[in-house]
Design a protein around this ligand. Sequence first.
Ligand code: TRP
Length: 354
Amino acid sequence: MSEITKTNKKIILTGDRPTGRLHLGHYVGSLKRRVELQNSKTYDEIYIMIADAQALTDNADKPEKVRQNVTEVALDYLACGLDPKLSTLFIQSQIAELTELAFYYLNLVTVARLQRNPTVKAESIARGFGSGIPVGFFTYPVSQTADITAFDATTVPVGEDQLPMLEQAREIVRSFNGIYGDTLVEPKELLPENSVCGRLPGTDGTAKMSKSLGNCIYLSDSADEVKSKIMSMYTDPNHIKVEDKGNTKDNPVFIYLDAFSKSGDFQKYLPDYANLAELKAHYERGGLGDVKVKRFLNSVLQETLEPLRIRRAEFQKDIGGVYDMLKAGCERARETAARTTARVKKAMKIDYFG
Ligand code: TRP
């Protein structure tokens, strides 16, 4: 059959809301993996979406903020090594078919089901919405299903907080295929490889990096900003004197080292220790000061971030070029989404004119 059949390709779709610059939590939680997946060339197609329409579901009154952050997120993507030659980078709002699909999928989901979605629930509480929740925000899991299915995505690399979204997407796909015949592809999530990467705490030790808490290290922070954020990081509050026994478990400095330090880093920056286990053991038995560990973390993170910073600055010099790239990405994405939408409308018997 022709272009209206499903494909057997391995296809990735994922994305981010442009509500702020991307930070280290995004990096270990998803960006780094995306770049690895991209460079492994094991997927036939990769779509990376800047979810501006989704960002507007709880920022309807802040269009300028969303618009500015589209540029920031695009720069962060390029800085991390996402390559427009290998991955299609695009902006959600420019693909009208995504809105169209979402409208049809809304018929397959109940209010009760959306109310049970734990991510929507948690995010709604965090934003203090109560019964004042915007309908667009309430239904964003449905829109997200449209994003995923429009590209026949088989694989959605996401953090753990997005699991309920994937569950919901699969339910919608099954429901659609049950009613209208086998049309949509059921997506699977691809979770971060280890739990440290699933959720990086903030520099203040709270569970998550979040812009509103001011506890983020951004990929675009200068070397000085990164250093000063690290040097004032929360550690073990009971580790007051150097000789005190310390806790490495709920200590964000050590959690960041878990996430970022590589074996070669010790030889290079802290040769008194063979590895992270030795460093942790010393901290736990007492006699190791926070400043020394923080300096080491600074070296490790600067080494990780420096190449990103250089690439970001390079792309920043040519924002016009970045937008040309996004425009081309949108055009490619639209073609794919239009093909899927034609298939969907045919299945739903609303393809009146051939
Ligand atoms: N919800 C994601 C975020 O919070 C962004 C997003 C929108 C997304 N649509 C998606 C992620 C589809 C994966 C698949 O950043």
